[in-house]
Design a protein around this ligand. Structure first.
Ligand code: FAD
Length: 395
């Protein structure tokens, strides 16, 4: 029969990989995508929903386009990878044999990384770091914050999904509060990192648009997070105890999605090492790991990066399976962040394999003090990017 490609995870990485292999191999490869959900909710631009710049519905994407391109859809979770037999075991017990497997399961949250927090506590102190009901819950809680109320964000340690994401979220929260008569509310960020992505740009923006509303606490200032108490909405650091917070947004430490770790494709870090020439797992040449679950060298964990890595894996899988021509791996990324209406910034680069890792070849970042027209144009790019990448991922 035809060579078989199975893709596990129908998000930014997996859906791109499945679609590209199906499209570019014109029926020569049997492509199956395993994804439990029938609708994908993008984390990317979920902060814009929070800020009132997008509807929730505009974050939703179905898999009809992939089906049209010839991808067979299995709407189930994969429960295991049988590496010896080269089969994906489905939650229902069924088995899908593969010649090549592409894994893009995204992240799992480390619920134990924040003392006092738990899976149950996410209904009270939401993470909204996986999009869906959590995204709506965070928005509902933001809408309840009174003027003069306190928001505490627990920021995650590196490495995590979307490095500028927490700080864009702070900006969007401040924007909502400021424009709804709640400018005396305060947002405190307890960060385990001494610095963060686009820091100078965010801090300039916070001062300019939300003066006095945002307080970012590096570990040497907060003396570290000690615990949270969901029952009393309390956050304790070595420096201070914050009581009766109106909203606590806990963004915990992260790791590769369970399916990749259970298949022993992760190392001690909890993430999956890959060959930068192909995105093939360092543990197993017949399996590619792409997107957030992979160790991406100089690339961040982003939808842009996952989509870029997916195209490399798709090309190499086609080369492996039907002898299609493969070119040297090249990667790209840009992360836009909206700070206030018409005030967006970006960071990005181009990447190539070097010394066994994905290395930045050339990078760029917005500058402080840029003219408003440039920031407005950057936000235009951001909106255009979302339309283009979701079309590229889902058809
Ligand atoms: P995902 O997109 O999470 O997809 C993983 C899929 O795998 C899911 O659909 C899941 O259901 C499925 N899955 C998991 N386990 C199994 C299993 N066992 N069996 C079957 N299926 C399984 N990125 C940007 O580029 N730009 C942005 O502006 C941006 N903003 C962001 C803002 C926020 C608030 C957050 C949280 C993230 C943001 N990101 C952004 C990051 C982006 O969302 C992720 O990097 C991207 O989704 C990673 O793609 P992925 O394919 O690795 O994982």
């Amino acid at each position: 029969g035809k060579p078989r490609l199975v893709v596990v995870g129908g998000g930014a990485g997996g859906a791109t990989a499945a679609r590209y292999v199906a499209k570019d191999s014109a029926g020569a490869i049997e492509v199956t995508l395993v994804e439990p959900n029938r609708t994908y909710v993008t984390c990317f631009h979920s902060n814009l929903f929070l800020g009132g710049f997008r509807s929730f519905d505009s974050l939703l994407h179905g898999y009809e386009g992939l089906a049209k391109d010839g991808v067979r859809l299995v709407h189930e979770a994969a429960s295991a990878i049988d590496r010896d037999r080269r089969e994906v075991v489905l939650a229902s017990g069924g088995r899908l044999p593969y010649d090549r497997l592409i894994l893009s399961p995204g992240i799992d949250l480390n619920y134990g990384s924040v003392p006092g927090w738990s899976k149950e506590a996410e209904d009270i102190m939401p993470h909204a770091w996986k999009a869906g009901p959590q995204t709506k819950l965070l928005k509902a809680k933001l809408d309840q914050v009174p003027d003069g109320g306190l928001i505490v964000m627990i920021a995650p340690p590196n490495p995590y999904r979307c490095p500028p994401g927490p700080y864009e979220r702070v900006s969007m929260m401040a924007h909502v509060l400021k424009t709804t008569g709640r400018g005396r509310a305060k947002i405190i960020v307890i960060d385990p990192k001494q610095k963060f992505s686009k820091q100078g740009l965010f801090q300039e923006g916070w001062e300019k648009h939300y003066s006095g509303m945002v307080e970012w606490m590096a570990p040497d200032i907060s003396d570290g997070l000690k615990s949270v108490d969901p029952k009393t909405s309390t956050v304790v650091t070595g420096f201070e105890t914050y009581r009766d917070a109106a909203l606590v947004n806990v963004i915990p430490a992260q790791m590769a999605g369970a399916i990749a770790r259970q298949a022993e494709l992760a190392d001690a870090s909890g993430w999956c090492p890959i060959d930068p020439d192909s995105m093939a797992s360092r543990m197993e040449a017949a399996i590619f790991v792409i997107g957030d679950a992979a160790i991406p060298g100089d690339m961040p964990k982003s939808a842009f990066a996952a989509n870029s890595q997916a195209k490399v894996a798709a090309m190499k899988a086609r080369a492996d399976l039907i002898g299609a021509r493969a070119f040297p791996a090249r990667y790209a990324n840009t992360c836009w962040s909206l700070i206030a209406p018409d005030d967006a910034v970006k960071v990005g680069g181009r990447y190539a394999p070097a010394d066994g890792k994905i290395r930045e070849v050339e990078g760029f970042i917005s500058k402080t003090g840029e003219p408003p027209e440039l920031r407005r144009a950057t936000q235009g790019e951001n909106m255009g990017w979302y339309a283009a990448i979701t079309a590229d991922i889902f058809g």
